[in-house]
Each structure stands twice: as structure tokens, then as C-alpha cells.
Design a protein around this ligand. Structure first.
Ligand code: HEC
Ligand code: HEC
Length: 727
């Protein structure tokens, strides 16, 4: 890479400083390693007095609640167990769990200083706290604060800058670079949020370097040319405004640079440069050309347009005047981009830009109309809607669960995921009672993409088998015919691939996505069900409660007892300390014990039979291996601790369970909360109550229409307005 011209370094620094000025909410700012002396000083200044004031009354040598003495806890986290205890302190502070309710709450800034010191000290000691996925935190806002029509607090969402999602960035740069390779994703995915795309921009040096490399690669493709004699020729479709910069006979004039810059602005930002920008970029290009030569200098000038924050981020700051409620509406261009990024992976199309220019986006109705246009257009690419359901239900994680090839040779998680994708699209096509359908339908696709092909392969394999058997009957005497594709249709409880898609599965066995093999596999381990994960999903995504994070001090393992059922082995979590959390997960996970870890419906659980195994020997006394028995299945569950008496009570089995959930108003509201997070790219707060209630109403009034819900979200107050004074 050529050396950075000085002025471009300034642009890069500007970009970095912009992001630095907007640290993502909740993330500790980048930690500088303190020296031991600095760390000690900070401990004495901020930490020790904080603990003495807010904690020591209950955590001292005499009265050590939770077996924790905070007056003598070693601030040095090397070697000792003190690191784990400090991690616990940080966790309790972050969750607002300590000091306990009823005690005066410590100032947030002081608690943050303690957390900052502890993070830095742990890092310095070489044992940084592992950060677990705190993805359920969106649920921390009490449900009642959001859906009470009689108590709607004023909107208070502040200005925002977001990074482009990986999909948007790839589409944007791919189109510009014309398939040229070497474009890397600058932003790492956000692992902390419910949805991947909720990330705030985090710009550090590696990000800036990658952005710059990408910008230069793109500009190289945009300006690909060759010089023949003393004329310059474009290689491929190169705009004349760009070619003029590379004329070997003379450096470009101001007017030529201006034209090229204007063209680049139009290409990248879909707007003309302002007079100020024109002047700045012309001066910048001239300086670069003087410093680095005509070709490199001109390219850096064009690359700088790609480095503008507006090109790299989603700017949702608010460009209008403040209204009587203290809100500022996003500028029409901001709305056009936000809408387009919300509904597609692309930048706004011509019609949307026109709507921005002609005032259509100045009204909420106009925004809703444009949203509907995009949602209704069969040609418009709307991968984001399917992606929402994938992320919300999480069934696509089935491909990440390893199943041993030897034991399950036909298992193919990708096929299961494709089937559920197809089911989601099938429900979306009708766009009626979408959530309820997704939770209760017994319609299913079964290897809908591959069934025909697999059947053909199976016929071939069978024919080959029969041929070989006929030729050598003795050798094939005990061999079974090949079972190509078997585990896929068996996962759905079928005896073969269906002739037509979709199929109706037995209504007493299957109801919706939570009974689809993909979801069940995604929430299983390699060998067993994961009732805790299944329950956690229901608790967070449907019931909308907060499940506290698994403390790092807990060795989260079930006893290794192959003769016991999973439910029996999970009895270890009934201990009081464990149960405070596990009561939230276990009882809403058990109903799915009706399926095994491959998603097959079952009526008994296979466990080891030790006596039969002991007797399972050949005549010479050689053990012949484990013998399993079918233990009776208990798939009863309990809905409790929700805060909704209408919903609470015992349930018997998965179908009854999901039907009860699907009929619940609260569950529908929690679903709307998740849709809000996805389309707004952030967690909801009480100030979003009006937007959430309007979105829920639109969903209802539209007969459970996803399109109505999305259109309402992207034309809501929360989407379109910013309060400049908000944090
Ligand atoms: C009014 C008494 C009281 C005060 C004040 C108090 N705690 Fe606690 N703390 C408890 C009790 C009781 C427990 C044990 C039960 C529990 O975990 O809720 C506990 C448990 C803990 C635990 C978990 C220990 C474990 O092994 O699980 C941590 C960490 C903790 N407290 C940190 C703090 C911090 C930090 C403060 C000050 C900001 C604080 N506590 C203030 C009463 C208190
Ligand atoms: C503060 C809440 C909390 C407490 C207390 C707690 N757990 Fe958990 N536990 C969780 C959460 C949350 C998960 C799910 C973690 C995840 O998402 O992978 C979990 C998961 C587990 C798992 C499954 C681990 C895996 O991913 O395979 C086991 C086993 C477990 N806990 C056992 C225990 C036992 C035993 C205790 C008591 C000694 C206990 N837990 C105490 C919250 C808790």
C-alpha cells in the first residue's frame, strides 16, 4: 500500500475520532493497561471507598453474605481466586443486583469506575474477565412499562450513528469494486446483542486500515485505465470524469477535479457535494497529487470520499428543526437510507431518493407508503425479513451442533434449516397471523430442496446394492439395503420423503417452529437434548423475562449418568442457589423432551440399562456392549414467574405448551419487542412505548400481518425522530 498522504491520514483520524466520540452504549471504553502503581492509586481512590460505603455492611469478616468478604478481597488478581470474585462483583454491579433492593443505589458513575478498574486490573493480571453474551438485556425494561396504554412516557431516543451491517457493506463495496477481490469486512460482528445487526460502530486502527485498503481497492477498480502513447483509455466502463484525472499530458484542472469529485459523491453518497466539500476535496486532491504524483494522488482523493463517515456509517442523527416536543426528525435523505437499509441490504433506489427529494418522506404516511412499496415489491430483495426470523428463532444454529458422522451418517442440518426457512417464507407469503402460524402450524417442508435428488440417489444406491447382492448373495446375506436420506424424513416422523410439499405432520406431534427438527437440533448437544437452552429461549424470546447470566464461578455440568433421564440428571439444578435461575428455564424446556436431539418425536427416552448391559456377554464372557432401555417420558412443564396470571399454569407436552403461548397477548407483545430491536437496531426503552404500542396495533389490525408490523416500526416515532439532548 502506498504511503498515506498526510491529508488522508487526517480524514482517517477524523473518522476515528468521530467513532471515538460515540462509544457504544454499555461497552467499557478501550482499556489502557495501568501500571501497578496507577492501579493501586485508582483502587484507593475509587474502589475501596465505594465498597466500604455500599457493600461492607453485609460483606465483612464477621458478616460475609454469600461467603464474600469485600473488606479484605485481594485487589491483585494474579494467581489467587480473587479474580473470579471480582468478576462476580462486576457482574452484580452491572446487573444492578447489589446492593440489594431497598438499599440506596450507588451513583452509576462510581459503580462504573469500580468496573473499569476491575476490568483493567484483570487484564493487567493476564486474566481478563470473559464476557458472556448478555443478549437478553433488552428484556430488562419491565414489560408493563412498555405496553400500558394509560402510561406512555415521552419519547427520548438520542441521535445515532451505526455501522453498516456486514451484508450491506458487502453489497455496497462489491458493486463498486466490480467483483475485485481483496475487500475485507472492516467491522467485526457484534456478539453481545440479541441481533447481530445491533452493533454500534467501534472504530480502532485495524478497522481504519481495512476501510482504507478497501477504499483504495475500490477506487482502483473504478479508475482502471491504461496509457497508450499520450492518451489515457479506460479498461472497462470508466467514467470520463475519472479518466480526465489521469491524462499523462497535463495534471487535472480544478474544474476537472471538481467534476470527478462530484461524480464520486454521486456514486457513493447519492448526493452532490456541498460548496464547502467541493473546495475541500479540490484542495485535498491538489495536495495529494503534489505529494504522491498524479495517479496515486488522484486515487487517494477519490478514496477519501469512501472514507467519509457518511459512506461508512448509517447516520441517523436528525437533520430537521426541533419541534414542540423537543424532537428532531431525521432528514429525508437519512430516512431514505434508514428505510432502505432496514428493509433491504441495499442503498436507496431511485424512487426512494425521489420520495426524499419531493417531500414524500416528510410525513409518516409517506414513509409508511414507501415501506409498503418495498415490502410489496416481489422484485425487491428482502433478505432482512427472513434473517429476522432466523435470528429470532435461532434455528439456523442447527448447523453449528456437531453430530458424529458415525452415529448419524444421514444427518444434514443444512437441509433442516432450509426447510424451516421455507416454512417461514410460506407463512410470510400469506402474511396472516404470522406469529401464531409460526408457533402452531403442523404444516412442514421436508427436505423440500433435496428430496427429489435424494430419492434418485437412493434408487441408484439400491439398484447397485441389489446388483451386487445378486452377484454375491453370501457376502450380502446380513447386509441391510442403503438408507439414503432416511434420517431427514425420520426427523419429521415420516416413513419416506413426501411426494408433494408442504406436508401436514401429525397435529398431535408437531406445532410450529419450536417442534421443527432444525430448532430442536439447534438447542441440543451432540448427543442429547438441551432442555436448559430450549427453556431459556422460551423464557427470553416468548415470555420476555430476564434470565441472569450463568455465573462464571458455577461449574455448569450435569452428572454423567447414562442410566438416568435428562430430567433426572437436571435435578442438580434444584439446589436453592441454582434454582433461582434454573426455575426460569427448566420448566419451560421440559415439554420439548417429547423430541430427541435429532428432532424425532418419541414416547420414551433411551437410557442405559446397567443390569442388561452386565448380562450382555457372549458365551465366552466377552462384553457385547451397552444395552438401552426406554425410560418413561415426562414432558410436563410449568409456566410460572412470568408476571402474567393468564398464562401461568402447568402444561402437558409441547403441542399444548406452544398453543398456549401462541394464544397469549403478552407473547405477541414480546415478539413485537424483538421486531423493534431488529428493525431499530437497538434495545427498546420506556420512551419507545408509543412506537411499540402502535406497532402492535398495526400488527393486530392487519390480522397478524408482518408487513403491517414492519411498516409501522419503520414509520414510528422511534424510527423517525431523535431528541438531541438525550443521552
Ligand atoms: C444489605 C446487605 C447487602 C449489601 C449492602 C450488599 N450485599 Fe452483596 N449480598 C448480600 C446477600 C444476602 C448475598 C447472598 C445472597 C445473594 O446472592 O443474593 C450477597 C451476595 C453477593 C455476591 C454473590 C456472592 C456469591 O458467592 O454468589 C456478590 C458478588 C455481592 N453480594 C456483591 C456485593 C457488592 C459489590 C455490594 C456493594 C455494591 C454488595 N454486595 C452489597 C447482601 C448484601
Ligand atoms: C445466576 C443464574 C444461574 C445460576 C445461579 C446457575 N445457573 Fe446454571 N445456567 C444459567 C444460565 C443462564 C445457563 C445457560 C447458559 C447458556 O446460555 O449457555 C445455565 C446453564 C447451565 C447448565 C448447562 C450448561 C451448558 O451450556 O451445557 C448447567 C448444567 C447448569 N447451568 C448447572 C447449574 C448448576 C448445577 C448450578 C448451581 C450450582 C447453576 N447452574 C446455577 C444460569 C444460572
Amino acid at each position: 500500500m502506498p504511503r498515506l498522504p498526510a491529508a488522508l491520514a487526517t480524514t482517517a483520524a477524523l473518522l476515528a475520532s468521530l467513532a471515538a466520540a460515540q462509544p457504544p452504549a454499555g461497552e467499557p471504553a478501550e482499556l489502557k493497561l495501568a501500571s501497578p502503581a496507577e492501579s493501586k492509586a485508582e483502587f484507593d481512590r475509587a474502589v475501596s471507598p465505594f465498597l466500604a460505603r455500599h457493600c461492607a455492611a453485609c460483606h465483612n469478616p464477621k458478616k460475609a453474605e454469600g461467603d464474600l468478604d469485600l473488606t479484605t478481597l485481594d485487589p491483585d488478581m494474579k494467581g489467587s481466586t480473587s479474580g473470579a470474585r471480582w468478576a462476580m462483583v462486576v457482574e452484580k454491579l452491572a446487573g444492578g443486583e447489589m446492593p440489594p433492593k431497598g438499599r440506596p443505589e450507588p451513583p452509576a458513575a462510581d459503580a462504573a469506575a469500580v468496573a473499569r478498574w476491575a476490568h483493567a486490573e484483570a487484564k493487567r493480571a493476564g486474566r481478563p474477565f470473559t464476557r458472556r453474551a448478555a443478549y437478553s438485556n433488552g428484556n430488562a425494561v419491565p414489560h408493563a412499562a412498555l405496553f400500558d396504554p394509560k402510561n406512555v412516557p415521552p419519547f427520548d431516543g438520542g441521535p445515532r450513528v451505526r455501522r453498516l451491517s456486514p451484508e450491506i457493506y458487502a453489497a455496497f463495496t462489491g458493486e463498486l469494486a466490480k467483483g475485485k477481490s481483496g475487500i475485507g469486512q472492516p467491522f467485526s460482528p457484534e456478539g453481545k446483542s440479541t441481533f447481530k445487526d445491533m452493533g454500534a460502530p467501534k472504530v480502532d486502527e485495524p478497522v481504519t486500515v481495512q476501510l482504507l485498503q478497501n477504499a483504495l481497492a475500490i477506487v482502483e477498480a473504478q479508475t482502471n485505465h491504461k496509457v497508450e502513447g499520450d492518451t489515457v483509455k479506460g479498461v472497462g466502463q470508466i467514467p470520463k470524469e475519472f479518466l480526465a484525472l489521469f491524462d499523462p499530458k497535463a495534471p487535472p484542472t480544478d474544474a476537472q477535479i471538481e467534476a470527478a469529485v462530484a461524480h464520486q459523491f454521486h456514486t457513493i453518497l447519492k448526493r452532490p457535494p456541498t460548496a464547502e466539500e467541493k473546495a475541500r476535496f479540490v484542495a485535498f486532491a491538489e495536495k495529494n497529487i503534489a505529494d504522491a504524483g498524479q495517479v496515486v494522488g488522484a486515487r487517494y482523493a477519490l478514496a477519501a470520499v469512501l472514507m467519509l463517515p457518511e459512506a461508512v456509517f448509517r447516520m441517523e442523527v436528525g437533520g430537521g428543526k426541533q419541534d414542540a416536543k423537543g424532537r428532531v426528525r431525521l432528514a429525508p435523505r437519512e430516512i431514505a437510507f434508514a428505510l432502505s437499509y432496514g428493509l433491504t441490504d441495499k442503498r436507496p433506489d431511485a424512487e426512494l431518493l425521489k420520495a426524499a427529494a419531493t417531500g414524500e418522506l416528510d410525513t409518516d404516511a409517506g414513509v409508511a407508503r414507501q415501506a409498503r412499496r418495498l415490502l410489496d415489491d416481489p422484485k425487491a430483495d428482502k433478505p432482512r425479513v427472513l434473517r429476522f426470523f432466523r435470528e429470532y428463532f435461532g434455528y439456523d444454529a442447527a448447523t453449528e451442533v456437531f453430530k458424529d458422522n458415525k452415529d448419524f451418517p444421514e444427518h444434514d442440518a443444512r437441509v433442516l434449516v432450509e426447510d424451516t426457512d421455507r416454512l417461514v417464507l410460506w407463512v410470510l407469503e400469506k402474511d396472516k397471523d404470522v406469529l401464531r402460524e409460526l408457533l402452531t402450524t403442523n404444516t412442514s417442508f421436508v427436505a423440500y430442496k433435496t428430496a427429489a435428488d435424494t430419492k434418485k440417489k437412493r434408487a441408484e444406491a439400491l439398484a447397485k446394492f441389489e446388483r451386487e447382492k445378486a452377484a454375491n448373495p453370501e457376502k450380502f446375506k446380513d447386509k441391510k439395503p442403503p438408507q439414503v436420506g432416511r434420517s431427514v424424513y425420520e426427523a419429521y416422523g415420516l416413513k419416506d420423503f413426501p411426494d408433494a410439499q408442504p406436508v401436514e405432520l401429525p397435529a398431535d406431534q408437531r406445532a410450529g417452529i419450536l417442534t421443527q427438527p432444525s430448532w430442536l437440533v439447534a438447542n441440543s448437544t451432540s448427543f442429547d437434548n438441551h432442555a436448559i437452552h430450549r427453556g431459556k429461549w422460551v423464557r427470553e424470546r416468548l415470555l420476555g423475562n430476564v434470565v441472569p447470566d450463568l455465573p462464571i464461578t458455577v461449574d455448569a455440568q450435569l452428572p454423567d449418568a447414562p442410566d438416568k433421564t435428562l430430567r433426572e440428571r437436571m435435578n442438580v439444578t434444584k439446589e436453592k442457589f441454582c434454582w433461582q435461575c434454573h426455575q426460569l428455564m427448566n420448566d419451560v424446556g421440559y415439554p420439548f423432551e417429547q423430541y430427541d436431539h435429532l428432532g424425532r418425536f418419541r414416547t420414551a427416552e433411551k437410557v442405559l440399562d446397567p443390569e442388561a448391559t452386565a448380562k450382555n456377554k457372549d458365551p465366552k464372557g466377552k462384553p457385547l456392549g451397552p444395552v438401552l432401555r426406554g425410560a418413561p417420558l415426562d414432558s410436563s412443564g410449568l409456566i410460572a414467574h412470568v408476571g402474567d396470571p393468564a398464562l401461568e399454569g402447568p402444561v402437558a407436552g409441547a403441542v399444548e405448551f406452544v398453543k398456549k403461548l401462541a394464544a397469549s397477548e403478552r407473547v405477541e407483545q414480546v415478539f413485537v419487542r424483538h421486531a423493534f430491536r431488529y428493525w431499530l437496531g437497538r434495545n427498546e426503552s420506556p420512551g419507545d412505548a408509543a412506537s411499540l404500542q402502535a406497532a402492535r396495533k398495526a400488527y393486530r389490525d392487519g390480522g397478524g400481518s408482518m408487513k403491517a408490523l414492519i411498516a409501522a416500526l419503520v414509520s414510528s416515532e422511534s424510527f423517525l425522530y431523535r431528541v438531541p439532548t438525550a443521552k
